[in-house]
Design a protein around this ligand. Structure first.
Ligand SMILES: [Zn+2]
Length: 237
């Protein structure tokens, strides 16, 4: 839950939520110094009116372009991104001399961290990529799947969502659930605090987990397997 999220991640998700509220792809990023203090933060701006080149207004690239390298040594900084960087952002991270990247969610659509293992140039740059996963990933993929559902409603195909669903079905299921009542749109309109949104989504995912378990339990009961389970439990007592 939100109270267990570190300050760096709180900062990054705050930025992602700003993107969501402004109608952009909900991805946020922060740069932290060695002490873990956030020195810079930014978000995806692909749907902001003042953005003149919307396709490439990604969180990580926006962030790094505003880093003053006469003040900070990029090698000493850690970049936190709520989503695995795309080809452009991964390239920008490497060329900007960032050596530590932490990302919350794997991007099975266009994430490029595998380049540090397979490409000779990327691997020579010694960038450490840390994949966080767990609740941080579930939250990110839920808000991003919700964003994709808007496009699908307008007629886009669902190939990106399909990739997310293969990797993290609970996030996509939760996004679909929330989309039915437009919960996130209402939360964005009300400019709800990101912590409140995070806790709501994680609670939804947990309840979905229980629902899936109950479904499996019901189907097992129908197949007679549950009797075995009960017997086993009785014997244990
Ligand atoms: Zn990018």
């Amino acid at each position: 839950m939100w109270n267990e999220v570190t300050d760096a991640w709180k900062g990054a998700f705050r930025e992602a939520w700003i993107s969501f509220i402004s109608g952009s792809t909900p991805i946020g990023a922060v740069l932290c110094d060695r002490e873990g203090k956030i020195i810079l933060s930014d978000h995806n701006r692909n749907h902001e009116d003042q953005t003149i080149n919307k396709k490439i207004a990604h969180a990580e690239a926006n962030l790094l372009r505003s880093l003053d390298t006469s003040v900070y040594d990029p090698k000493s900084l850690t970049l936190y991104s709520t989503m695995e960087p795309c080809p452009m952002c991964m390239g920008t991270i490497v060329m900007a001399n960032i050596k530590t990247l932490r990302y919350a969610a794997a991007d099975t659509h266009c994430g490029m961290t595998h380049l540090v293992k397979i490409d000779p140039y990327y691997s020579s740059q010694n960038v450490s990529c840390v994949y966080e996963g767990k609740e941080l990933e579930q939250f990110q993929l839920t808000i991003q799947s919700y964003y994709e559902l808007r496009y699908i409603e307008q007629g886009a195909d669902g190939h990106v969502l399909g990739k997310f669903a293969e990797h993290c079905p609970s996030a996509v299921k939760t996004a679909e659930r929330l989309f039915k009542t437009k919960w996130l749109d209402k939360a964005a309109e009300a400019e709800k605090d990101v912590g409140e949104v995070y806790d709501h989504i994680i609670t939804e995912i947990k309840s979905l987990g229980n629902a899936v378990v109950s479904e499996a339990f019901r189907s097992a009961a129908e197949n007679g397997q549950i009797i075995e389970t009960n017997r086993h439990l009785t014997e244990k007592k």
